[in-house]
Design a protein around this ligand. Sequence first.
Ligand SMILES: [Zn+2]
Length: 138
Amino acid sequence: MRVVERRGKAPKLPAESQLTHWFWQGLGNGLFQTTRCRSCDRLSFPPRPDCPQCLASDMEWAPLATHGKVYTSTLIRAVPTSFIESAPLPVGVIDLDDGIRLLCWLVEGAGRLPLDSQVEIVTIRYEDGCLFGAAPIS
Ligand SMILES: [Zn+2]
């Protein structure tokens, strides 16, 4: 997974739970992962202790696809205070190649991207932690 370095602290880092700690730790080490149900073999994102499809509690960690397509994108102009320096904030809904749909930042000056644009998921590394985003594939 490619790493995009950013100066300073992250605008806002998510609160980690015992479960999501592994996701965020993995992201910092270049792994993009989530939980997969051992019963029905389906991935779920964000990571969950129980399967949203069959309700089994037998989950394991599995890698997520790091490539996908833009389902939709927009620029958020009315941002929370902690994101003021990032406004307008480009975000996109991405359909990963493994079928997971997620919301994330668009990085590297992507702004809004046309529907179905090819993107890769990247680690955004700040001084105090990591986030993830999608960058266009040229
Ligand atoms: Zn299941």
